[in-house]
Design a protein around this ligand. Sequence first.
Ligand SMILES: NC(=O)c1ccc[n+]([C@@H]2O[C@H](COP(=O)([O-])OP(=O)(O)OC[C@H]3O[C@@H](n4cnc5c(N)ncnc54)[C@H](OP(=O)(O)O)[C@@H]3O)[C@@H](O)[C@H]2O)c1
Length: 285
Amino acid sequence: MKPQVVIGTMQWKNNTKCLSVEEATDLIKNCYNENLLKFDLADMYGNYTTEDLFGQALSKSGIKRSNLKLSTKCGILSPGTKYKVKAYDTSKIHIINSVNNSLKNLKTDYLDVLFIHRQDLLINFEELESTLTELKLSGKVKNFGVCNFSTYAFEALNNKIPLLTNQINFSLTQYKALFNDTLFQLGNLNKKTQIYSPLGNYFDKNSNDTRENLKNIINSLSEKYNADIDQILLAWTLKVPYKITPILGSTNFQRIKEQINAFNLTLSTEDWYLLLEASRGVELE
Ligand SMILES: NC(=O)c1ccc[n+]([C@@H]2O[C@H](COP(=O)([O-])OP(=O)(O)OC[C@H]3O[C@@H](n4cnc5c(N)ncnc54)[C@H](OP(=O)(O)O)[C@@H]3O)[C@@H](O)[C@H]2O)c1
């Protein structure tokens, strides 16, 4: 079975990295040649510049737009963009403007998926339903998804507009979705579960994670299964039986290729629980 993954673009331009158009073009082409055709973007990535980088790189790559699936997101306002403070905005005017801007940046006339980036605390479900319906009817957006919605909010919007998925933070170190029914809800509705940051904070140099026991267990399982650490981390997420689709955030194509081998790696149930217990630091109840 073809591994279900999405290629993330959040790290293409961050505090320490900035891919050139040429590097982004190579990455898109390499992914395309490996049949990795889904890319995840957001209006705000790279301080609102990554979509434009992607659009330029895609043009340069010579790959036909229709051969890829492109998703982007809107709804988070960084401080200073509209208000002094960080805020969420799912008003009709904001979403429509943001989509038009994304289409221009990406040099396309449609998005495969539009994600509402956060559960707007001042959400107006009727207005949102009308906005998404308008976007669908105009042909500008084919499908919709949300990120980090609670199970109640997901159900409320999904009852009005069918949602593809709830894109959530899920990994061995961020396992909340196992316990708050988010994963169960998606599984029960037979939806795909897109997970972001699937490696957790494992490779984050600024992380102050002190779970030495967890690191030791991961290292020993890496030897036992003859697998890289990132493959062990991914395999842990993939064992969860709810159509897990990881969004891989590496900018290094070789790493992406290796990580995909995690789909051939099945951790034993005992090892899965061993890792969970080490991450939580306490036995299950
Ligand atoms: N919806 C949301 O709110 C939300 C939030 C966050 C992210 N996302 C999406 O999810 C995607 C993935 O998230 P993520 O970027 O946090 O994913 P990730 O795949 O968990 O982490 C990627 C980071 O780990 C590093 N890395 C990976 N393997 C490594 C290794 N073996 N050794 C050292 N470093 C390694 C990568 O560096 P290299 O580039 O050097 O390999 C990169 O900086 C994002 O690109 C974005 O599209 C969505």
